[in-house]
Design a protein around this ligand. Sequence first.
Ligand SMILES: C[S@@+](CC[C@H](N)C(=O)[O-])C[C@H]1O[C@@H](n2cnc3c(N)ncnc32)[C@H](O)[C@@H]1O
Length: 284
Amino acid sequence: MGGFSAEWLALREPADHAARSMELTRSVLNALPRDAPWRILDLAAGSGSNLRYLSSVFEGPTHGSAPTPSEACEPLVGADPRVRPSWLLVDHDAALLAWVARDPHVETRRLDLSTLDNRGVFAGRALVTASALLDLVSEDWVRKLAVRSAEVSAAVLFALSYDGRVVCAPEDPEDEAILWLVNRHQQTDKGFGPALGPRATEVTARCFEALGYQVRRARSDWKVARQSRDLQGQLIDGWAQAATDMAPAREAMINAWRDRRLAHVAAGRSEITVGHEDLGGRVL
Ligand SMILES: C[S@@+](CC[C@H](N)C(=O)[O-])C[C@H]1O[C@@H](n2cnc3c(N)ncnc32)[C@H](O)[C@@H]1O
């Protein structure tokens, strides 16, 4: 699959953190056992965005300088300050993991998760988490993830799975055609088998519920404001590329759409909503 650059992950991190459901996050964390320090596994952790978000919930902003929403700076209600979590962040990209701030409570490990045969990393975990991952993986992969998590009775928190909704303002006559192509591209293999794309949260909920998990879902849409021109520009370029990959014969239409959308961005009148969902779960 194409790599994810540290620059792209840094550009999207403020939108990711602002979009995540604090309420769902707190409900998952508040249900974790209190009798031992939490051992947390972060899958496909990249440069550590999920660690920074969750750490800001535990203890205020640490582990790097990423901006966080002000509500994320409040300590977790009822958190025991003596119970400092320990983390294992895994990813196949060592260059991304190198961006994770050094901390004795945080271990990074380079691992290929494409088959999820890495049972060892799940051992003893109170929480298995990931952000911006599940739309990339296949149904078989999620089924295996549910088995691995259930084997150790871990709670789970999977944030920011794309759900197929994109709303651009001002509207363009070709928005719908482009989104249709983008959502087909979302379901192509990203290295984990045929990707779930927009079905990620629905399928994940089903797989975990089948193993006795109580699952909760919450919307975590990106609201990309007109001032966020770099993020908007990258999104539009990425969508145009994905649409062209799916329909090379329609390249001229797609390029014209991209140029009109980028003109809206440059003029400061473009707003984009990208639909995401967070999912939390625990074994009953
Ligand atoms: C969209 S990024 C999300 C990164 C991070 N969780 C975040 O929220 O910023 C997807 C991540 O999956 C990782 N990844 C992709 N294929 C992988 C594989 N086969 N094994 C392990 N990690 C993989 C990428 O390196 C990248 O860091």
